[in-house]
Ligand binder design. Structure first.
Ligand SMILES: CC(C)(COP(=O)(O)OP(=O)(O)OC[C@H]1O[C@@H](n2cnc3c(N)ncnc32)[C@H](O)[C@@H]1OP(=O)(O)O)[C@@H](O)C(=O)NCCC(=O)NCCS
Length: 186
């Protein structure tokens, strides 16, 4: 009876670490649950092999992979290739924490422009991207061939600006306040 109840946010402290081959079983299981056309193991492996131009992270909670995200870097540009959180762990700012880490890396690599595609019906993801300052710059018709759905192209065009750094700092402060026990390994 003496157990002290954990605050819910403490229960979702996570560790961010580089995605490795050994994480793929759990990554693929999440992938299959959240996307109609999940990435294959060979696609992840080919992405992981491109060490200079890609960055993939996993979020672990209690040792289990609960989410992951990746980015591709070209000259002064970064592109979010994938971001997903297991359905039972969504809504605990894990997506926010992954995106924050990747965008921080993009800025460290001097990427001024950060882009991504998102389904026009994916309100949850769009809301998250808007918090990070992404705005809709265009539409790719029928981009998602399996459902013939359009994609919005969302872009941050001033990632190296002081204003954008302040926006990120405010997101980071909010996360640190809620999840002081998070750790990041590189
Ligand atoms: C998009 C996704 C990665 C977000 O991850 P998450 O950890 O659940 O998101 P967070 O808890 O960090 O939420 C960040 C913001 O996103 C928005 N959001 C998240 N879930 C939402 C929902 N169900 N409805 C509306 N907005 C939502 C909110 O604005 C939230 O900010 P708040 O916490 O201040 O309200 C997750 O929903 C997911 O894996 N979806 C399936 C895969 C996918 O669609 N990936 C994106 C492909 S472009």
């Amino acid at each position: 009876m003496s157990a002290v109840a954990k605050k819910p946010e403490e229960a979702f402290s996570i560790e961010l670490t580089r995605m490795r081959r050994r994480h793929l079983r759990k990554v693929l299981a999440i992938e299959a649950r959240v996307y109609p056309r999940p990435w294959s193991a060979s696609l992840f492996l080919s992405e992981l092999a491109q060490r200079n131009s890609r960055s993939y992270l996993v979020a672990r909670h209690a040792g289990e992979v609960v989410g992951y995200a990746g980015m591709m870097f070209t000259r002064r540009e970064a592109h979010v290739t994938n971001i997903a959180v297991g359905p039972e762990h969504q809504g605990h700012k894990i997506g926010t924490r992954l995106l924050l880490a990747l965008i921080t890396e993009a800025i460290a690599r001097a990427s001024d422009t950060i882009s991504l595609e998102v389904r026009v019906t994916n309100d949850a993801a769009q809301n998250m991207y808007e918090k990070f300052g992404f705005s809709i710059e265009g539409v790719r018709k029928g981009y998602y061939v399996e459902t013939n759905e359009d994609a919005y192209v969302m872009v941050v065009g001033d990632a190296m600006s002081t204003d954008y750094r302040l926006r990120l700092q405010s997101i980071r402060n909010d996360v640190i306040r809620s999840y002081p026990n998070d750790t990041t390994e590189s």
